[in-house]
Design a protein around this ligand. Sequence first.
Ligand code: SF4
Length: 384
Amino acid sequence: MQQKYTSIDLWYALVVENSQDKWLIENMYAALAQEPPHILSVVAERTCNLQCKHCIFQAETSSDKMSHCSDLDVVVLHIAQQMPEGACLVHEGRIFRPQHLAWLLAVRKARPDIKIGMIDNGSYLVHDRSLHTSGFAFDWLDISLDGPEQIHNLQRGNAKSYAQAMRGIAEAQTYLQPNGRVHSLFTVTKLNYASILATENALPHQVGEWHVTTLTPARPKIALFALNQHEFNIAWQQIVAANTLRPIHFRIYVAEDIAKLAQVVGKARFCSAVEQAIVAPGAIQFVLEGVEVTFYPQSVSPTETFVIDADATYRAPYAIAFTLTELQRGTSRFGQNVRPYTNAQIHSGSSFRVLYQNGVQNWQMHFGVQALVKEKHIFSSILA
Ligand code: SF4
């Protein structure tokens, strides 16, 4: 019987083993189309009480009316009902609103097997009463800390954001299921790369999983905060040291940061780790100097999560770098054609599988192959 390869197996052959077989690219995307995500992400509100320096979203006005007009709650439930077993739903923020409880409760009732979490900055506590009254409880809450107080507030552009995040973590248990978990994410930027150890020290005991990631330079304004090699080296030393005190899940979404990682650990060590990498859906995982590193290649990113935007539209990864107005108009304020970021408007008859398969085709054509070429170039220069 012929062995069936997953998209990430084929990605590994193309990028890490530098296979030149052109048919592998078609096969990789054919496999990807058969691997629908297990995560359903809902961008429930486009505005935020903050505008952090590293945020992929731009400053936007509330999308609440738009969500109401496009039946976001009906659409979320409809897609959630079609998700595979073991799926999870993530309220991707940007901030929680009491009206989101309608679809959160509906999904909980229709699919009690689906784990439901939320990424938040602590501002969900503004609506503590609505949460209490509803009886809804999350399976996990993910509340970011980007440094000790002064640094976190600087990155978040707000003098009270650290206190808000700490309170959000301290009180999380009240809004969680009995065995619910608290996670925290640290996004490394030019402002906080030397504060990773200090943050480990400040992390409240409630935090179970600690994730560290590099900034995704999806917009020119935030790209200014991406690390250069020297800063990356310092950040890595701190990650290695902090990892001995508390396990770090280090996630990389940016291929250029793989080159920086290889540079700091040295070619031999990097090659040996990547040779022993294990493949996970949409990612490879390896261990370097004791740290668990997960790299999510952009070329196969549609399999990571199915994104429902605030206007009940299925969008491609990184669409959130554009405002809803830009996406709906089809051009960015700088004149860029952003139509390819919109896969389809979702309605009560939409098929999750068909939407996803069309989304993969769209990704391959407009973004995926281009990202793959870059990944091949970066890995071949490291591994040559
Ligand atoms: S809290 Fe999150 S969504 Fe809001 S601006 Fe900061 S990074 Fe963006």
